[in-house]
Design a protein around this ligand. Structure first.
Ligand SMILES: Nc1ncnc2c1ncn2[C@@H]1O[C@H](COP(=O)(O)OP(=O)(O)OP(=O)(O)O)[C@@H](O)[C@H]1O
Length: 342
């Protein structure tokens, strides 16, 4: 994990970054409220447990993890909205929580689930507010809008009241407004959530072009693996506030820890317990079975399955990337059985 680095290409750096929230616990009902008021009971939630990583200029990195893993908390610390409990963050040479103007002009945080445009006004008005906040000249504003319009096709929607826009139209405007000042570092938290497949692709295209044009660093969380596979070579996986993987996406499907999916059509029913001796059981639906096994042992495991079960059909495939990532999440990992192979 990173030690202090003077590498000028590093744009985002987290060094043992930690965030603990203190939450007040309250029992339900009026008495509970009264008790909480008189003698408040608090509990600490360790949302991010001292994570370290570095991103370099122009990198697009997928930041993945199950619900509640600590992704949003990390992005909020990196963009200066939350103070870390301990550890440090450095973004474009700045300490985010100081929220210096020079820092704010170089970053953006887009949260797909939160709205930043002014609800009752046309999107155009929010753009003008941002133009003023970020001190963007009229010439630069017009040039940027022209470029964004080419990819996002904003014509016809900028003059509509934001609350009358469809989700996809609003997300295009949210992104354009958030990138108007041409930030060098983008923190994108679920930017395609709830969008249809075409609109997801449009947003991806926009992020890809922006990254190429401005050599921007992009840190992206998404529950849609298509976003990640389309944009990111490297992924960071966080689970329970800890970083459990930092590396190439391709290493997950072809590296030493890679797995294969074995699909079986059985002729005779069997039990989950028996099948689990040959790999991680993903699905048992009547006679249809799906297991994952280590890639390096796929032949041996397939041969063992054919020997010990009545198999009508067997196929070997790469597991879907969602499953590969899911297996990194500690809560879903199970010990690998090997003794039944003999
Ligand atoms: N303001 C807060 N006060 C107390 N606990 C919080 C607060 N914000 C987040 N948490 C807790 O911190 C943990 C991490 O939350 P966070 O929102 O960072 O996760 P996430 O990975 O972004 O999840 P999701 O994918 O569901 O958005 C969770 O247990 C969450 O309940």
């Amino acid at each position: 994990m990173p030690t202090p680095s003077s590498d000028p290409s590093v744009t985002v750096r987290a060094d043992h970054l930690r965030k603990a929230y203190t939450v007040t616990e309250k029992e339900p009902g009026f008495l509970g409220s009264l008790r909480a008021f008189v003698r408040p009971k608090t509990r600490t939630v360790e949302a991010v447990k001292g994570i370290s990583f570095e991103l370099t200029g122009g990198e697009m990195v997928g930041f993945l993890g199950p619900n509640g893993a600590g992704k949003t908390t990390t992005l909020k610390m990196l963009s200066g909205l939350l103070h870390p409990t301990s550890g440090t963050a450095t973004v474009q040479g700045h300490t985010p929580q100081k929220r210096e103007t020079a820092f704010l002009k170089q970053i953006t945080l887009v949260m797909g689930q939160k709205q930043q445009l002014i609800w009752d006004l046309p999107a155009q008005d929010s753009f003008l507010v941002n133009q003023a906040i970020y001190e963007i000249s009229d010439t630069e504003y017009r040039a940027t809008m022209r470029e964004f319009d080419e990819v996002l096709d904003l014509s016809g929607i900028l003059s509509k009241q934001v609350r009358k826009l469809s989700l996809g139209e609003r997300m295009k405007c949210e992104l354009a407004a958030a990138l108007l000042h041409r930030p060098k570092v983008l923190f994108l938290d679920e930017p395609t959530i709830g969008l249809d497949v075409n609109m997801q692709e449009r947003i991806r295209e926009f992020v890809r072009e922006y990254n190429a044009r401005f050599n921007a660093t992009v840190m992206l969380t998404s529950h849609y693996m298509a976003d990640v596979t389309a944009l990111c070579q490297r992924i960071l996986v966080i689970d329970g506030g800890e970083l459990v993987f930092d590396g190439d996406l391709s290493a997950l499907t072809s590296g030493p820890d890679a797995r294969k999916t074995v699909k079986l059509q059985l002729s005779q029913p069997t039990t989950a317990a028996r099948l689990s001796e040959y790999g991680e059981l993903i699905r048992l639906d009547g006679l249809d079975v799906e297991l994952t096994v280590p890639r390096s042992e796929v032949s041996a495991r397939a041969a063992a399955l054919l020997t010990h079960f009545e198999v009508a059909d067997l196929t070997v495939e790469d597991p879907p990337i969602e499953q590969v990532i899911g297996q990194l999440f500690r809560s879903e990992r199970k010990p690998e059985p090997v003794e039944a192979l003999a």
